[in-house]
Write a protein that binds this ligand. Structure first.
Ligand code: ADP
Length: 399
């Protein structure tokens, strides 16, 4: 039997999973994966093999028994059946966990004590953390003593210098954990390692990575380590996202509460689900739909998105003391030449020169040979990063 690692990425409305086999080649190899989407509305399951062919599909009617826990139970059973058919033995499960607080600067093997500590961070990420921890409990219950590893979105940013982590609030708030953490760390870590392979000279320099997906943020890398990022205490800060506003004057929050009587629950709904590209456009949170729309508000939403990215790029370049490379990644960053072109057009002052033909073809390097700052399109792979960490933690390997 060969060993395999399963990766679980569980969110508020979906549970994604992938299985990697790693014994034969010593390289992690994706075997199959899939997701349950639409949890809480009309859950649907789809799984694919490594060449993309569909292995299974299933839907459920919404009902009280169809929840994260029962669907996770279904997935554990489905994964078990399918790996047994391929003669794969599960050696560990890696989980994406959004918040590792200030305690965890690297992935950790989970036991009861670790789980209790991670539960303490639920108030720091109330919409994500409970869904990340639920599957760990499910595996503990159903998978007996399979080792589990928690990989954090915050961990990669623990190298940020103190000045970049501190809010200008009375110190006791900082001491109790109200500080900038930064997120999307697994994506940035993956990109940092890829860049090291692709161009070690660039990787050793000053790099800004723009992770532009439905959640979006940017990170400044110096010598491959994070020194600053646009997301802060929560995954709402920074640039506008599909449905989240990005940075917002705290005066707006006060005004909504004091003058409009908006409740904390209503604010959470407003900031997590109704703001960002969707809020500005009134059309969609999906960049593809906005780019195709003739509605002037859709164009304005794109305009704000690009404008905020350009401003944050300047800010991160200032934190780095200059810029050697810009990397685009995630759904929009990897697939939208139009957005990349607009971002780069307003960033020429930093020494960026886009090669339009390379950009249109989504090539790996999209800057001209003369450009002082190289520009890259590097697909991210958070799942592979989690699988890699999980294997290394289980082997006790130094990373
Ligand atoms: P997440 O993992 O945060 O859910 P993704 O990284 O998958 O998000 O990115 C989703 C976003 O990427 C969506 O807004 C989607 O419209 C956008 N996207 C995907 N393909 C394209 C494309 N060809 N052009 C523009 N936007 C795209």
């Amino acid at each position: 039997m060969q060993g395999c690692i399963s990766v679980i990425n569980s969110g508020s409305s979906s549970i994604k999973f992938s299985v990697y086999d790693h014994v034969e080649t010593q390289e992690l190899r994706f075997v199959f994966g899939g997701q349950v989407e639409g949890i809480g509305v009309a859950p649907r399951f789809k799984a694919r093999a490594n060449h993309g062919e569909i292995l299974a599909e299933k839907t459920w009617d919404h009902g009280p028994d169809v929840n994260h826990e029962s669907l996770m139970g279904y997935l554990i059973g489905w994964i078990r059946e399918n790996r047994q058919q391929l003669n794969l033995e599960l050696t560990g499960v890696g989980h994406r966990v959004v918040h590792g607080g200030s305690a965890y600067s690297s992935p950790v093997k989970v036991d009861d004590a670790v789980l209790r500590r991670l539960e303490k961070y639920i108030p720091l990420a109330p919409l994500h953390q409970p869904h990340n921890l639920g599957p760990i409990r499910s595996v503990m219950k159903l998978g007996a003593d399979i080792p589990q590893v928690a990989c954090f979105d915050t961990a990669f940013h623990r190298t940020n210098p103190p000045l970049s982590q501190i809010f200008a609030l009375p110190r006791r708030y900082t001491d109790e954990g109200i500080r900038r953490y930064g997120f999307h760390g697994l994506s940035y870590e993956y990109i940092s390692r890829r860049l090291q392979v692709l161009d070690s000279k660039v990787a050793a320099g000053r790099v800004v990575v723009a992770h532009l997906g439905s959640g979006a943020s940017m990170c400044a890398l110096q010598g491959g380590r994070s020194i600053a990022s646009t997301m802060g205490f929560s995954a709402m800060d920074g640039i506008p996202m599909g449905t989240r506003p990005g940075n917002l004057d705290p005066g707006v929050v006060l005004y909504l509460m004091q003058e409009k009587g908006t409740t904390p629950d209503e604010l959470a709904d407003l900031f997590y689900k109704r703001s960002g590209l969707l809020g500005i456009s009134g059309v969609s949170n999906d960049m593809r739909i906005l780019l195709e729309s003739s509605d002037p508000q859709a164009e304005e939403a794109i305009g704000v998105f690009v404008y905020r990215i350009q401003r944050e790029l300047g800010s991160l370049a200032a934190a780095l003391g200059g810029l050697d490379a810009l990397v685009f990644t995630a759904g929009v960053g990897e697939n939208s030449p139009a957005i990349r072109a607009r971002v780069c057009e307003g960033a020429q002052w930093l020494g960026l020169q886009l090669d339009p033909a390379a950009n249109d073809q989504n090539l790996l390097k999209i800057s001209t040979p003369e450009s002082q700052v190289s520009i890259w399109v590097i697909p991210t792979n958070e799942e592979l990063m989690i699988a890699t960490h999980t294997r290394n933690v289980l082997l006790g390997a130094q990373e």
